[in-house]
Ligand binder design. Structure first.
Ligand code: SF4
Length: 62
């Protein structure tokens, strides 16, 4: 699975970085995905982060 953050939608609230620090990190004022491939054990966290993102900026792809 891969994650993509839409920079047009991200507000830099840091929620995803706090909840899944192994997947997301801050890059200046916005979040970015720090891993090329999300490992199976981290997929649940990625789904949760995508659901919780207040601006639906996180997209997940298989
Ligand atoms: S939760 Fe959404 S809006 Fe907040 S930093 Fe992450 S991608 Fe950006």
């Amino acid at each position: 699975m891969k994650a993509i953050i839409d920079k047009e939608l991200c507000t830099g609230c840091e929620l995803c970085v706090t909840s899944c620090p192994d997947i997301f990190e801050m890059d200046g004022d916005l979040a970015k995905v720090k891993v090329e491939i999300i490992q199976p054990g981290a997929e649940e966290c990625a789904h949760q982060a995508a659901d919780d993102c207040p601006t639906t900026a996180i997209k997940l792809e298989d």
